[in-house]
Design a protein around this ligand. Structure first.
Ligand code: TYM
Length: 331
């Protein structure tokens, strides 16, 4: 059975981008693969979260994984910092990750712009830690959204370099995976870019948002004065709303609004009302489950503890071979 690894940063609640870019695939893959899904709390440290918030954020993502249908009986669900082997592999991989290639990463360049006062070494080596997450279980498939593609290329580079350097076939090449043909990029509601936790207010719809909040966010989404020519190309902000509709609404609803756009009779107010209701219909059962699971401390504790034990078993095997290959031998 092929091994799969993926993770989500513990920087807050999951949004529709996380769901359609990653989690939807996690749920499907767990039936046919040996899956490890983790909560990336080491990675969240690049933005210096307050200690008091960290644990609550980790719990939120864990609960949301479970509410979405990741089954701890089928997949290994764990918290990244419960697996110190990851940190050790990260250290080893850092020795042959070069600053030049790390500085060229698109995400690093974006982060330098977004947080110029906090360009820490963790940000620069973020892709190395990601590679460690993947290689610690020797995974071959990594379900992620489009924004992670470059990181996966880097993980392959680091894996191959290690193998070559120590003349060993320890790490396989791992590839970004999506059940559709392409990796997914869910746009935000603010007219440009992708849906993201750290984008502006109102850009992202969270799985745990209440119906009222969802209606407000969708009704405020950026639109324009409407098409003036039949079949005219959609501007980015409009294309974005259609893309989200394609994910959550029935086909015929999407086609109806697409037709009205193409014959210039579209009323964006009606479209947004419909979109909000379709998002609510999609998220309501998840939200209910999130609320229900949040208070089940015993279950959460059991999932995290058992997940950590299973993940460590797999990680220890890899680390024992990696240490041997490097020449760390016991006396
Ligand atoms: P993070 O927490 O930013 O996002 C988690 C997952 O959600 C996907 N995603 C999206 N997909 C489509 N459209 C969007 N708007 C959108 N926003 C987020 C991301 O592609 C990702 O799959 N570095 C990772 C976490 C990580 C990881 C790993 C992933 C750490 N180690 C090892 C895979 C393997 C991150 O920050 O994801």
């Amino acid at each position: 059975m092929e091994t799969v690894v993926s993770g989500i940063r513990s920087t807050g609640m999951l949004h529709l981008g996380n769901y359609f870019g990653a989690v939807k695939n996690f749920i499907k893959m767990q039936h046919d693969y040996n899956c490890f899904f983790f909560i990336a709390d080491y990675h969240s440290l690049t933005t210096h979260p307050a200690s008091a918030d960290l644990h609550a954020n980790v719990k939120q993502v864990l609960v949301e994984y479970l509410a979405c249908g990741i089954d701890p009986g089928k997949s290994t669900i764990y918290i990244q910092s419960d697996l110190p082997e990851t940190a050790e592999l990260y250290l080893l991989l850092n020795m042959n990750a070069y600053t030049g290639e790390l500085e060229r990463s698109v995400t690093f360049k974006e982060k330098v712009k977004a947080q110029p006062d906090n360009v820490n070494a963790g940000l620069l080596t973020y892709p190395v830690l990601m590679a460690a997450d993947i290689l610690i279980h020797r995974a071959v498939k990594v379900p992620v959204g489009k924004d992670q593609q470059q990181h996966l290329e880097m993980a392959r580079t680091f894996a191959n370099r290690f193998n070559r350097m120590y003349k060993i076939e320890l790490f396989p090449e791992s590839f970004a995976f999506n059940f559709g043909t392409d990796l997914v990029k869910v746009p935000g509601l603010d007219g440009s870019g992708k849906m993201g936790k750290s984008e502006g207010e109102g850009n992202a719809i969270f799985l745990a948002d209440s119906p009222d909040v969802i209606r407000k966010k969708v009704m405020r989404a950026v639109t324009d004065a409407g098409p003036t020519q039949p079949n005219q190309k959609k501007p980015e902000a409009i294309e974005n709303i259609f893309s989200i509709m394609k994910l959550v609404s029935p086909d015929q609803t999407f086609r109806h609004f697409d037709d009205t756009y193409n014959n210039c009779t579209i009323r964006y107010g009606d479209m947004k009302k419909q979109l909000a209701e379709d998002i609510i219909a999609f998220t309501a059962p998840l939200r209910e489950k999130i609320l229900e699971l949040s208070s089940d401390e015993k279950y959460i504790h059991r999932v995290a503890t058992e997940g950590a034990a299973k993940a460590r078993e797999s990680a220890r095997k890899t680390m024992s071979e990696a240490r041997k290959a490097i020449g760390f031998l016991s006396f």
